[in-house]
Each structure stands twice: as C-alpha cells, then as structure tokens.
Design a protein around this ligand. Structure first.
Ligand SMILES: Cc1ncc(COP(=O)(O)O)c(C=O)c1O
Length: 375
C-alpha cells in the first residue's frame, strides 16, 4: 500500500483520519505482549521513555487519546476546589472535551481572548490571573496552553514569559501538545526546549503522525503517578498496550520527519487559494487552512457538496493536510473551491443572496471564525 492508497488520501476533514502504514502494522506483529496496567510491557515502557526523553522530562505515560491525556494531567495538578484553569478561549481542553474540566476536575475556566487575535501573550494571561485569597474567587491553579492551536505556532519566547509568570505565582503549567510535533518540525526547535517551560505536556501520536491510537503525557514521576490513577479510574488502563505502542513508535520515527513536507504542501495550496481570491481566518503556518468562507463568498454547503461530487471530503472552513493526502486530491480540492466560487457568484448576480451563512453547529469547523467576527 502506498501512502496515497489509504482511505485518508481524499479526506481533508482532519489529520486524525490518517491510517496505519504497512510498517506500523508490521511493528504491531512483533510488539511485546506484557500487561501495561502492571507496567510490564516493554514496547510500551520503551515508547514512554522515548517520548519523555525527547521532551526532556523524566517520565511518560501512554494513554488512549489526547482528551484523556489533557484531562488527567489537569486533574492531577488540582487539589482542593475552588480553583480555575486559565486557557485560550479556543482551547481544545475547554471547547472540545465534553465539559471534562467541569465534570472531572470541578474547575472553573477562565477563557481568554488573545489581544492579537492569534495567540495568547504573557500580558493577556497576566490580566486574567486570579490571585490571592479573596473568598469570592476561584484562584488560578493551572495555565493550560495549546501548541499548535488551529495550526498556529505559539512563539517560544511568549511561552517562556508565560511559564515564568506561572512559576512566579506557584501556578502549574500544562501544554496540550496534540500537535507540538508540527510546531517542532516547522520551527526546528526541539521538543525538549518546549518541555522545559511546562510541568506536563500531552503529545498525540494519532493525528498528523498517523498512528491508529495513542497519546503520551510527560512530566515528573509523581504527577504522572497521580495521572495514572485517573487514567485507571476513567477505564483507560490498557492490557496488551504494546500492540498500539509499537505503531506509535514507528509513527514517530517515520512520519515526524515528514511533517515539514506536509506544511509545505499546505502553504503552497494556501497561496494558490489566495490567488483564486480566498481569504483565511488565521495565518497558515503548519497543516491547517481556515478559510474565511463569509469573506470569500462561499457557502459551506456548496463547498462540501462540490467536494463530494469530486470524491473528496471537505468538512467546511477547515482544510486539514496530512501525509496521506494525495496530489490528485489537492487538485480536486482546488476545482471544488473554483466551482463553489462560481456558484455563489452566479447566485448573487441573479438577485439572490450568495447563500453564505456563518457556519453553525460544530465548533470544530467554525470556531476560528469568531476571531474575525468578534471585535
Ligand atoms: C488540540 C487538540 N487537543 C486534544 C485533542 C484530543 O484528542 P483525541 O481526539 O485523541 O481525544 C484534539 C483532537 O483533535 C486536538 O485537536
């Protein structure tokens, strides 16, 4: 099977659709079969140690998903309510983890809008920290950052400042690094340099890296021991985890070095779409393009339908590129966009509206729209 024969080859909905490669499947055949709940599986232990070392941390823990990784890390940092977690208002931990912070951690959330409309700065964070012992408040106990967020790379200098601020106030700092791989691949900054600024980080292996399952969280052994408790409680103890860890290990070796190439493909596509008159909600820096469908005059329903007609899957405003997207699918995407523009223009010229509505429903494909619309 070549990478373009995967069912993901024509799917622009997310980088999570990537499928295991032949070498991942091969590695699963030779994985060890120890019971990971007893910490007896060598393949899993090796993977945890490898990711921890890459991140400059003493310990790692393999978990089933990015959501579990984030939620159990944050829970492990929190001790006695009332307390709150400060994050970007678009953060996955806040908007897309099924209310986990309220349900699992009993935490208030302080969602902050970045002033620059792109990424949080230390100034933004400082303005919204809840400090002191005023009994009316829920003090900030954790700052949770996300890198990349919507494909945007958070500058390491800003991370350093926010981390210093957190540490000055005895606040824990977590990173949702589901796509930290993309940030590291694009900037050339090693994971360990990012790692020094966080108490815990969660890195997904099943997104752009293409493993079928898995996230590794990293941090100090005592925090991970507590997180492991919450993993078990959530039913996340995996017995023969080595089968999954083996695929994840290959994903790091094989696909991590290809991410930069994926970003080049994304940026080339973005500049071609720009030439066609499209605008974007946020800058294109890694593997996502967020189309501004309202400004570009495209009805999302038309775009989705034109994609379907050509045999490609487009979810709406967000175009996700991954290593298995085929060159042919990119050409079809451009055709679908061109056709959608023509249809919308035709409707307008014929006295009707162009049918463009603000995307509703799933935040996944519309949320960044708010950056443009809310002032
Ligand atoms: C930034 C970010 N963090 C966390 C997650 C959660 O990962 P999972 O779907 O494995 O729970 C996602 C999922 O897409 C994500 O985009």
């Amino acid at each position: 099977m070549t990478e373009y024969e995967s069912i993901a080859a024509t799917d622009f909905k997310s980088d999570t659709v990537t499928t295991p490669t032949p070498s991942m499947l091969q590695a699963m055949l030779t994985a060890t079969h120890g019971d990971d709940v007893y910490k007896e599986d060598k393949t899993t232990n090796d993977l945890q140690a490898r990711v921890a070392e890459m991140c400059g941390k003493p310990a790692g823990l393999f978990v089933v998903s990015g959501t579990m990784g984030n939620q159990i890390c944050l829970r492990a940092h929190l001790h006695q309510p009332p307390y709150s977690i400060l994050c970007d208002y678009r953060a996955h931990v806040y908007t897309h983890e099924a209310g986990g912070l309220a349900m699992l951690s009993q935490a208030m959330v302080t969602p902050v809008h970045p002033r620059n409309k792109i990424y949080l700065t230390a100034e933004d964070v400082e303005d919204y920290l809840i400090l002191g012992d005023d009994i009316h408040t829920a003090p900030t106990r954790v700052i949770s950052l996300e890198n990349t967020l919507g494909g945007i790379i958070m500058p390491i200098e800003e991370i350093a400042k926010i981390s210093a601020l957190a540490r000055r106030h005895g606040i824990k700092i977590h990173l949702d690094g589901a796509r930290l791989w993309n940030a590291a691949a694009e900037t050339g900054i090693p994971l360990s340099e990012y790692g020094q600024y966080f108490d815990t980080m969660s890195l997904c292996i099943s997104k752009g890296l293409g493993a079928p399952v898995g996230t590794v969280i990293v941090g100090e052994p005592d925090v991970l021991q507590t997180a492991n408790w919450f993993r078990k409680q959530a039913g996340g103890g995996i017995r023969q985890a080595g089968l999954l860890a083996a695929a994840a290990d290959v994903a790091i070796t094989e696909i991590f070095p290809k991410l930069k190439q994926t970003h080049e493909v994304t940026k080339k596509l973005a500049s071609e779409l720009e030439e066609m008159g499209l605008t974007f909600q946020i800058p294109v820096q890694t593997n996502f393009i967020f189309l501004d469908l309202v400004k570009s005059g495209i009805d999302p329903a038309v775009l989705i339908e034109e994609g379907n007609k050509l045999g490609i899957t487009i979810a709406g405003a967000r175009i996700a590129i991954h290593h298995q997207i085929s060159p042919g699918a990119i050409e079809k995407l451009k055709l679908a966009v061109k056709k959608s523009l023509e249809i919308s223009k035709h409707r307008q010229e014929n006295g009707g509206t162009n049918g463009v509505k603000r995307p509703e429903g799933s935040l996944a494909y519309g949320v960044y729209d708010k950056i443009v619309i809310d002032h």
